[in-house]
Ligand binder design. Structure first.
Ligand SMILES: Nc1nc2c(c(=O)[nH]1)N[C@H]1C(S)=C(S)[C@@H](COP(=O)(O)OP(=O)(O)OC[C@H]3O[C@@H](n4cnc5c(N)ncnc54)[C@H](O)[C@@H]3O)O[C@H]1N2
Ligand code: MOO
Length: 424
């Protein structure tokens, strides 16, 4: 976990802007999280449908696990630790167990998972026993308690088996099922509206007139977010570069969504109408310049009950701004604790001048291991926030810290694997 985000004004939109300076990533994350309206509501789901959702409350176990003392091995339950025993009785998993205790010198045939008969002090694996008729001899010494799993040794009654605010996966389903819990309270899906802005944008599949390009950002974000069960995606299409129409569209979207993620129109051009449109629709926002390269211009705001995140139009810039800043708002809405993306320590397999005041993110591949044991990162492509091809061969992003003057081969850099960024 990185340091806590800086304290925010009651309404982060009112937070003072420090001159024309860039926000650090942590400040921008604090802004995005502060704008989100707290976690969404709660619903109860059967455990078969909770994978990928977020737990809303701690779940305690109504039962001890294991529920009774039982054998961890196929073998013999022994009433004493001496070498020789007479075998009396047989217990398989699912058997109700014995009423009469074993007496010293007695043993019972027992299978893995069967309840321990009263009077038994250990289980000998059958491989460690010489059996002849109804008598067995141990091949070696055995400690008291050997191969017995005790009632409650894994989970006690009332122990928290699933904390609140975790993304649920197969592990959680397993422990809930084992404890006999069939349904739990989870956060409802966060409804996320995706909108691209720009008169030049055409849906993929349609032909391009002169000056037009295909919309890449909305399909990219839909793929990134649509795969997450904690989210419900609403495709809001492409909005034109028209202030009034954009204001109407964002106002309508804010009524239907918990979060509205747009791309384009964040910058200073004459057709960059997002800020004015949100304001005209009655929203509040902060135009932030974040110290990341690419992805610097980000709009964060609130419109009605919705959190608004406006990403830059260039697709690679939109991706980086999403991963570093926008994602944090959805984490908060989903009821997850902040999970900063922490780059892995690596060394540069390249040389370049430093990125100046912004932390640089570049498509990159891991290429072997340096003498110091750290992975070597090779940058791909020649940079550029509009280029997508270098991402295809990349395994993740090279991270070059703001303020570094020059990077030489072997210098420390960060590496952010794509897998680490795939979820909220
Ligand atoms: N004078 C300045 N110009 C620019 C600045 C600046 O500081 N001063 N910042 C540059 C940076 S950095 C970025 S990033 C972009 C951000 O621009 P916008 O967010 O306003 O985005 P647009 O102008 O609408 O588009 C930029 C670029 O991206 C293409 N685009 C937009 N949406 C999509 C989409 N859904 N799929 C694919 N491509 C998209 C658009 O056609 C433009 O080529 O501003 C710089 N300018
Ligand atoms: O930083 Mo812009 O976000 O370079 O493309």
């Amino acid at each position: 976990m990185s340091a806590a985000p800086p304290a925010l004004a009651a309404d982060p939109c009112d937070a003072p802007r420090k001159g024309r300076g860039l926000l650090t990533v942590e400040q921008a994350q604090g802004l995005a999280a502060g704008l989100a309206d707290g976690p969404v509501g709660v619903e109860t789901l059967p455990i078969a449908r909770i994978a990928g959702r977020v737990s809303a409350e701690p779940v305690t176990s109504p039962t001890p696990l294991p529920p009774f003392d039982h054998s961890a091995m196929d073998g013999y339950a022994l009433a004493s630790l001496g070498p020789d025993h007479v075998v009396r009785g047989r217990f398989a998993a699912g058997s109700r167990g014995a009423r009469e205790p074993l007496a010293p010198g007695e043993a019972a045939r027992i299978m893995t998972g069967a309840p321990m008969p009263p009077g038994a002090v250990a289980v000998a694996m059958q491989e460690r026993v010489e059996a002849s008729g109804d008598r067995i001899a141990l091949r070696g010494p055995l400690e008291a308690g050997a191969n017995i799993r005790r009632r409650g040794e894994d989970v006690g009654v009332g122990d928290v088996i699933v904390p609140a605010g975790v993304r649920l996966d197969a592990r959680h389903v397993a422990i809930l099922a084992a404890a006999g819990v069939s349904e739990i309270a989870v956060r409802r899906r966060v409804v996320v509206g995706l909108m691209s802005t720009g008169d030049e944008l055409v849906r993929p599949g349609r032909p391009l007139a002169p000056g037009m390009i295909h919309d890449a950002n909305r399909p990219m974000l839909a793929a990134l977010l649509g795969a997450q069960p904690a989210l419900e995606i609403v495709d809001l299409g492409v909005a034109p570069d028209d202030r009034e129409e954009l204001a109407r569209l964002v106002a309508d979207a804010a009524r239907r969504c918990d979060a509205l993620v747009t791309s384009g129109a964040t910058s200073v051009g004459e057709e960059d109408h997002l800020a004015a449109a949100v304001t005209a629709a009655g929203g509040r926002l902060r135009l932030a310049s974040v110290a990341i390269k690419p992805g610097k211009p980000v709009v964060a705001g609130r419109l009605g009950g919705a959190t608004l995140i406006g990403l830059p139009g260039n697709p690679f810039a939109a991706l980086v701004a999403w991963l570093l800043v926008g994602r944090v708002a959805l984490e908060r809405l989903a009821g997850l604790p902040p999970r900063p993306l922490t780059p892995l320590a690596a060394v540069a397999g390249f040389s370049q001048k430093g990125p100046g005041g912004r932390t640089e993110f570049a498509p990159a591949k891991l290429m072997g291991t340096a003498e110091n044991g750290l992975p070597v990162v090779e940058k791909l492509g020649r940079g550029g926030s509009a280029r997508l091809a270098p991402l295809i061969a990349a395994d993740g992003l090279a991270v070059i810290a703001a303020g570094v003057d020059e990077v030489r081969e072997g210098d420390p850099v960060g590496f952010l694997p794509f897998e680490a960024a795939a979820e909220l």
